[in-house]
Design a binder for this molecule. Structure first.
Ligand code: ADP
Ligand code: MG
Length: 252
């Protein structure tokens, strides 16, 4: 999706003047201090900044896992503060997907069952959830992990299953918090490349990362410090793929 097409569509996720204070009184921590950020459909935003600058807090709020102290968070045009609990649960399970540094896969469930889990929690019938899970796993480019358990997968494969879980059921946005933190450089690059492909196909991506090189894949890099957005740079050129995509590392 090009810049002009994106600009014509409403943001997938929007934070407006968001403040988040943990605790209260003198011990309170102002994790976000009047943060505003809009992520367009198909846009790939990378968030960078030092530890404790509020990056994870921003993702939690963007996905409705926690609410702001003040300001508004909208997903798909809906103000999350105005949603009933069941509607908020639907946003968390069907519209926005999470990818964490530690894959958070359930060890006793196979890859396909892990991907099905949130869909079934979200009320999707088992048969349909299985179909959506298989489609999502195929999209992340793993050949046949369907009935393997997380312990039998490589780190890169596990993170791809986690991404499949995050996109299953055609979600509008993926929020990824340092998803390459536990991966080697080559495998990490493949994960980011996959996120870029998903963005190109219309999914909004918000990536928290310490790795400056990932900026080349993002449409925009947002820098945070002390709970504030201090700088934004818009990529001058479209993201380019790495010189030699080493696809073979994903083979079992
Ligand atoms: P980052 O992801 O950039 O490292 P975080 O969003 O995790 O930053 O944290 C921002 C600030 O908020 C830090 O000072 C952190 O200690 C504090 N913080 C984060 N989560 C909580 C919490 N659940 N309770 C209290 N303080 C928190
Ligand atoms: Mg963090």
């Amino acid at each position: 999706m090009n810049v002009k097409e994106r600009a014509m569509r409403a943001p997938t996720i929007e934070l407006r003047d968001v403040v988040k204070v943990y605790g209260s009184g003198p011990a309170g921590v102002r994790a976000l201090d009047r943060v505003s950020l809009a992520v367009a459909p198909g846009e790939f935003v990378a968030i960078s900044g030092p530890s404790a600058s509020g990056k994870s807090t921003l993702l939690h709020l963007a996905g409705g896992l926690d609410g702001p102290t003040s300001g508004t968070v909208t997903v798909g045009g809906e103000d999350l503060a105005h949603l009933r609990p069941a509607e908020l649960a639907r946003v968390r399970r069907r519209q926005v997907g999470y990818v964490f540094q530690r894959y958070n896969l359930v060890a006793s469930l196979t890859a396909v069952e892990n991907v099905m889990l949130p869909l079934e929690f979200g009320g999707m019938p088992t048969r349909q959830a299985r179909g959506a899970a298989v489609a999502a796993i195929e999209r992340v480019g793993i050949s046949r992990p369907f009935d393997r358990f997380p312990d039998d997968l490589s780190g890169g494969e596990r993170q791809r299953v986690a991404i499949a879980r995050a996109i299953a059921g055609d979600r509008d946005a993926i929020l990824a918090d340092e998803p390459t933190g536990a991966l080697d450089t080559i495998t990490g690059d493949l994960v980011i490349e996959l996120l870029a492909e998903l963005a190109a196909a219309g999914t909004s991506i918000v990536l928290v990362t310490h790795e400056p090189r990932f900026a080349t894949w993002a449409d925009r890099v947002v820098f945070m410090r002390d709970g504030r957005i201090v700088d934004e740079s818009v990529a001058a050129a479209p993201p380019s793929p790495p010189a030699e995509p080493p696809v073979e590392v994903l083979s079992p």
